[in-house]
Design a protein around this ligand. Structure first.
Ligand SMILES: NC(=O)C1=CN([C@@H]2O[C@H](COP(=O)(O)OP(=O)(O)OC[C@H]3O[C@@H](n4cnc5c(N)ncnc54)[C@H](O)[C@@H]3O)[C@@H](O)[C@H]2O)C=CC1
Ligand SMILES: O=C(O)CCC(=O)C(=O)O
Length: 523
């Protein structure tokens, strides 16, 4: 397998990749250049410079895209998900670097350090123009209280600042215990002397700070943005810096990078760094190593640590749910090999000990199994939910947890325009998977290899007739299972076979008296 690294990645990460796969490093490529070569690669590793657009994704055969860093706004994650391409990032390795850079910018802005340095270097001894403000006792507004925001908050508390934070997704009590006061966005921006941003760039955070919100801020506020350009409307910010409403700002990030044409960087009260938040020796090694390890896991089909567009499973749970993931996929696939019809609803019902776990990965695997036989786009654990939803399929997940010590059971119930059908399965000791029912037929089937499933009216001799026909065609029967609704009533026969059953043989089986249908199943 081949990996393309299209941005500068620390060699520690590249070395790890090279131990397992072929790696090419080609940086500064245009979209067109990348589109020309991307088909040759299974994995792409980027930092923030490469824009992984829909065009590139659609042209590719990628299995995984890795971001050596946190923000994935340079990757069209929706397009990747639709195509079933896993996106992974490395969110932990640069937290300290970004938070230290934020504090450096905060202090540099408060004390006019860059301008003072430039003045002295131009041989001036000017002490009057650079009188600063102190941080102690001032309020720092922190917008976004994730890894970096929280670390900045701790550091600010250490500097004697009061921290007032806005993050609608954090638990208030949890952070208030550590002296961070939580408030709504308006309160934060109205009361803060300094405001720092640590949110991802999303549709919701794009221009979350505009002209109106700037007008609510204290006069002479100082703004720091070490998260993403685009969070603050740069035109509104420029006007506020010129009018003096905003005393100063320190920006590490810009809506368009590099911002060489931006009038912002020419203003005397703007400190600007070229997206250096994560640029420490330590952070670059951390993120390169983290992303490289996840790329390798993804290419080897193992569980990744930092998926962006796939459900996470805690490693300690993975071994427990893995056999159910495999089983659910086979159950879904069995269903759509057996039956057709326009699917409107998929219900996954869980009982027994599996209800102790998060079953979403199992549900996703069931959907993957269902979709694999009916869609042109290959379904996988990344895109299965997305593709089902796109087709208007309602997904219901139910846990019935009366006895959590009983063996785990999964029932897959599918509603189509032709009615409701189901497949049930279980996992025995030693991870042995079984399909135990198809609709109302009770069976005991190991979902492996090939099988013939035929529906017939129960009568003496019919099993032999099917068996003989297979024998005449040199198809060996490995095992047999019979499920019937009633004596001499409707029945389901499952014959495991060692060979594939060709269409013409299936047609002959269907012609046997009292056989209503026969389907060849591949597990
Ligand atoms: N300048 C640089 O070199 C670097 C910049 N970054 C940027 O910093 C951002 C934050 O990184 P982390 O703290 O590691 O991410 P994180 O995911 O730990 O934290 C993000 C926080 O933002 C919050 N959030 C999301 N939407 C919000 C909204 N609308 N309003 C308020 N809060 C919201 C989330 O609840 C979360 O707590 C990244 O997304 C990235 O864009 C990260 C590393 C380096
Ligand atoms: O790759 C870089 O240096 C930028 C880091 C960054 O912005 C991020 O991790 O979100």
């Amino acid at each position: 397998m081949r990996i393309l690294v299209s941005d500068d990645l620390a060699h520690e990460g590249i070395d790890i990749l090279k131990q397992e796969f072929d790696v090419d490093v080609k940086t500064s490529l245009s979209e067109e250049q990348l589109m020309e070569i991307i088909q040759d690669y299974d994995a792409l590793v980027v930092r923030s410079a490469t824009k992984v657009t829909k065009n590139i994704i659609d042209k590719s055969n990628l299995k995984v895209i890795g971001r050596a860093g946190v923000g994935v706004d340079n990757i069209d994650v929706d397009s990747a998900t639709r195509k079933g391409i896993l996106v992974v990032n490395a969110p932990e390795g640069n937290t300290i670097a970004a938070s230290e850079h934020t504090v450096a910018l905060l202090m540099a802005a408060a004390r006019n350090i860059p301008a003072a340095v430039a003045s002295l270097k131009s041989k001036k001894w000017d002490r009057k123009s650079f009188v600063g403000v102190e941080l102690r006792g001032k309020t720092l507004g922190v917008v976004g209280l994730g890894r970096i925001g929280k670390d900045v908050a701790y550091k600010a508390i250490g500097l004697g600042m009061n921290v007032l934070a806005y993050d609608p997704y954090v638990i208030k009590d949890h952070v208030e215990n550590i002296h961070i006061k939580v408030a709504d966005l308006e309160t934060v921006i109205k009361e803060a002397d300094f405001i720092t941003f640590h949110v991802p760039l999303t549709k919701t955070t794009y221009h979350m700070i505009d002209k109106e919100r700037i007008s609510m801020m204290k006069d002479k506020v100082i703004i720091i943005n070490c998260a993403r350009g685009g969070i603050i409307d740069e035109t509104a910010l420029y006007d506020a810096l010129v009018s003096g409403k905003v005393a100063a700002c320190a920006l590490d990030v810009f809506e368009h990078e590099p911002p060489l044409e931006s009038p912002l960087i020419d203003l005397p009260n703007v400190i600007a760094t070229p997206h250096l938040g994560a640029s420490t020796a330590e952070a670059q090694v951390n993120v390169a190593v983290d992303v490289a390890k996840d790329i390798i896991r993804a290419l080897k089909g193992e569980m990744v640590k930092n998926p962006v567009n796939m459900i996470t499973v805690r490693p300690e749970e993975y071994n427990e749910i893995k056999p159910f993931i495999e089983l659910a996929e086979k159950m879904g696939s069995l269903y759509t090999q057996l039956k057709n019809g326009r699917i409107s609803e998929v219900e996954m019902i869980y009982t027994g000990k599996i209800t102790r776990f998060d079953v979403k990965p199992i549900t996703t695997a069931g959907i993957k199994g269902i979709l694999t036989n009916i869609l042109e786009i290959p379904a996988n654990l990344v895109n299965a939910y997305f593709l089902a939803k796109e087709r208007g399929i309602k997904i219901i997940e139910k846990k019935i947890s009366k006895d959590q010590d009983a063996p785990g059971n999964v029932i897959l119930k599918i509603t189509t325009d032709k009615g409701v059908g189901s497949v049930s399965g279980t996992v025995f000791e030693k991870n042995e998977q079984r399909i135990i029912a198809v609709d109302d037929y009770k069976i005991d089937l190991i979902p492996k290899g090939y099988a013939l499933m035929s529906f017939h009216r129960d009568r003496p001799g019919i099993v032999g007739e099917v068996g003989n026909l297979l024998g005449r065609n040199d198809i060996n029967i490995a095992y047999m299972q019979l499920g019937r609704k009633s004596f001499r009533g409707e029945a389901l026969m499952v014959l495991g076979t060692d060979e594939e059953i060709p269409e013409n043989v299936l047609d002959e089986i269907k012609k046997i008296k009292d056989v209503s249908d026969a389907v060849f199943i591949k597990f």
